[in-house]
Design a protein around this ligand. Structure first.
Ligand code: ADP
Ligand code: ZN
Ligand code: ZN
Length: 645
């Protein structure tokens, strides 16, 4: 329960996590609680225990972990039962049952869907993790709906996690159409009050279905009977910044295990972590090898950018394929992982390239808004027409989504284009509106970033074009290949999801690259089967374990010096050896040394096993915390980091 306590001159909200009979402090030093704010516990004992476990595992203060689990207004001491005011509040956060349940009747399951459902429902009262490994469009969502139906029939509640707000409206819609029950949806676009209300409807049991993004993994759900993680490979399950860097996918599996209920992880492109867990017998793999209903898998081919005429970033064969699919009444989706107009502003007179003043990075051109923006630190400034150094006119180099949209508008006059990226879909509700224009058929060409690759079900998209597959082919990050393969399969999966067959064209300068060849000819599973032994040889995850300490400083050498001192503590200033199985790599400068005006460095801690890494961190972190912190220095720990370069 929450209590109001005196804290210096302030009154703050605290959470009682334990009662102690005695205190080591004398009575006169103790101050009484001013007020108990709740009549019943906000978090039940298993959930509190789970949060404490997470605090231990990620070596993060338990108070901040609990704060992550609570809506902001509750942390501020507000009453969770507070009634929402205004119209919007009823539309967001908690959705009432649909008035008509029209086309939402359960579908007759395919053989593989039925087998997967049976395997999971046979274990509803026991801990177990299932990997629902189903190609895009194989009907994973239909299986989720049936699992939830079975859980509800037993009086339980269900928690469904999805990667991003982009997926939430459609997923919520499908659940709403199927179940005649209130559903709580928790995502980042809710107002504080909507969030508290949705949280309360989940916690009180009023909404027995809870659908949400990352932090929803902490939502209290009475009689929780299953946790489903859709698109489990998605990087957005990992909190990558701020203080508490957790993996909602990993925590979902753990929470389910502690409660003795199943966790169901679904993906067409499972993470290597999950594939490894299947190989170890920790997860049960359930396969949906074919598309549901009449849909067939799309035909995928490569366009060799070196051998084809290219019109402003789009190869002629792709343009011709677009003509054909549009003429046949299909929609076309183009994916490009780069927002803005162009990634570089160049002076052809003197070679000047617009730099960010605070980062080792270039500024991105945003033509329509007339700005230059840094995508690393958020800095922005007016777009110059002439070179600030020599006065010669400047030129935009390369292509972002904004420029591709402009090119398409010229090449396909009168054809409605819908752009999907963070620049155009900033406002609340704008993504839903864009999705609606695609579904209604008003939009014919879709161009966008990562946002477009995720989970959407656009039945009339028959052609998918990937404008640049090459950006991560030669990355130093050990996960880059896995990410690229996942993105390509996911974006390809948007094509031909209904009765019309789909076609996918991928542009590349390196069509012979083994990753592309294996992926296209043999599929994701074969790609993973080849890439996993390489990970094992290098002892990278999912074989070895990692923790990463990142530090930054306002002084060029500050972060590196601090990490050197921290590394020295690991071996008691060199006098003792590191524990068995634990190795330090670095410290060294970060891949982008200067970012947002600060100098970044990192220290990687590797271990063959989880336990020695945890023991090491337990012992070492207090020593690092005790180090003298130079002014302007910040550091953080990331256990199981996703990105290490
Ligand atoms: P996934 O989540 O695996 O990408 P979806 O659940 O979105 O796939 O299903 C893709 C399409 O196939 C949807 O239109 C869905 O209604 C349809 N579908 C799913 N299961 C069946 C089935 N058993 N019979 C016919 N159509 C199905
Ligand atoms: Zn110049
Ligand atoms: Zn910058």
């Amino acid at each position: 329960m929450r209590v109001l306590v005196p804290f210096g001159r302030q009154k703050l909200v605290g959470i009682v996590v334990e009662l102690a009979a005695n205190s080591e402090l004398p009575d006169e030093k103790l101050r009484p609680v001013l007020e108990v704010l709740d009549t019943t516990p906000l978090l039940d004992a298993p959930l509190l225990e789970f949060l404490r476990w997470a605090a231990d595992y990620y070596h993060h203060p338990v108070g901040q972990v609990i704060a992550t689990a609570l809506p902001k207004l509750l942390r501020e001491g507000r009453d969770p039962r507070e009634k929402a005011r205004g119209k919007r509040a009823t539309a967001q956060g908690v959705t009432a049952p649909a008035a008509h349940r029209g086309s939402a009747e359960p579908l007759a399951l395919g053989v593989a869907q039925q087998a997967a459902l049976d395997a999971i429902t046979a274990h509803l009262n026991s801990p177990g993790a299932f990997l629902l490994d189903g190609v895009t469009g194989s009907g994973k969502t239909e299986v989720y709906l049936r699992i939830v139906e079975a859980v509800l029939a037993r009086g339980g509640g269900a928690l469904v996690l999805c990667p991003e707000i982009g997926l939430t409206p459609q997923l919520v819609e499908r659940f709403r159409a199927r179940f005649d029950l209130p559903i709580a949806s928790l995502h980042s676009q809710l107002t504080d009050r909507e969030r508290m209300r949705a949280w309360h409807s989940a916690a009180s049991g009023a909404a027995r279905i809870v659908i949400g993004t990352r932090s929803a993994v902490f939502t209290p759900v009475p009689a929780l009977g299953v946790i489903i993680v859709d698109e489990e490979h998605d990087a957005s399950y990992k909190q990558q910044d701020g203080g508490f860097r957790y993996s909602a996918r990993d925590l979902a599996v753990l929470r389910a295990q502690r409660l003795g209920i199943p966790a169901v992880l679904g993906s067409a492109t499972p993470s290597f972590e999950s594939l490894r867990n299947v190989a170890l017998g920790k997860f049960t793999r359930l396969a949906l090898p074919a598309r549901a209903g009449a849909a067939v898998e799309p035909r995928v081919s490569l366009i060799d950018l070196r051998a084809q005429a290219v019109h402003r970033g789009i190869a002629v064969p792709l343009l011709l394929a677009m003509d054909k699919h549009l003429a046949d009444g299909g929609q076309v989706l183009l994916y490009l992982n780069r927002r803005g107009y162009a990634p570089t502003l160049l002076c052809t007179g003197c070679g000047w390239i617009a730099p960010c003043r605070s980062c080792d990075a270039r500024m991105t051109v945003h033509q329509r808004s007339g700005r230059l923006a840094c995508h690393h630190c958020g800095a922005d400034e007016p777009l110059p027409k002439r070179c600030p150094r020599c006065g010669y006119p400047v030129q935009s180099l390369g292509h972002g989504t904004e420029r591709v949209e402009e090119t398409l508008a010229e090449r396909f006059p009168g054809v409605a284009i819908e752009r999907f990226d963070r620049d155009v879909l900033r406002a609340a509700g704008s993504l839903e509106a864009a999705i609606e224009r695609v579904k209604s058929g008003d939009a014919r060409i879709l161009v966008g970033t990562q946002m477009l690759t995720k989970g959407h079900h656009f039945p009339d998209v028959t052609l998918v074009g990937v404008l640049n597959a090459d950006q991560s082919l030669f990355s130093t990050d050990f996960r880059a290949g896995e990410r690229l393969a996942q993105t390509l399969v996911q974006v390809a999966g948007r094509a031909g999801r209904a009765d019309r067959p789909g076609e996918v064209l991928i542009q590349s300068q390196y069509p012979d690259h083994p990753l592309l060849q294996v992926l296209l000819n043999e599929g994701y599973a074969a790609f993973a089967a080849r890439a996993l032994p390489e990970r094992e040889d290098a002892q990278w995850p999912p074989f070895g374990r990692l923790a990463l300490v990142r530090a930054s400083s306002t002084k060029p050498e500050g972060a590196l010096e601090f990490l050197r001192a921290a590394a020295a503590m690991a071996t008691d200033n060199g006098s003792a050896a590191l524990p068995r199985f634990v190795h330090l790599r670095g410290p060294g400068p970060a891949a982008m040394l200067r970012r947002a005006g600060r100098y970044h460095a990192q220290l990687l801690i590797e271990s063959a096993h989880r336990a020695p890494l945890q023991t090491f961190l337990e012992d070492w972190l207090p020593k690092v915390e005790a180090l003298r912190m130079p002014s302007g220095l910040r550091w953080s720990l990331d256990v199981d980091p996703l990105e290490v370069f």
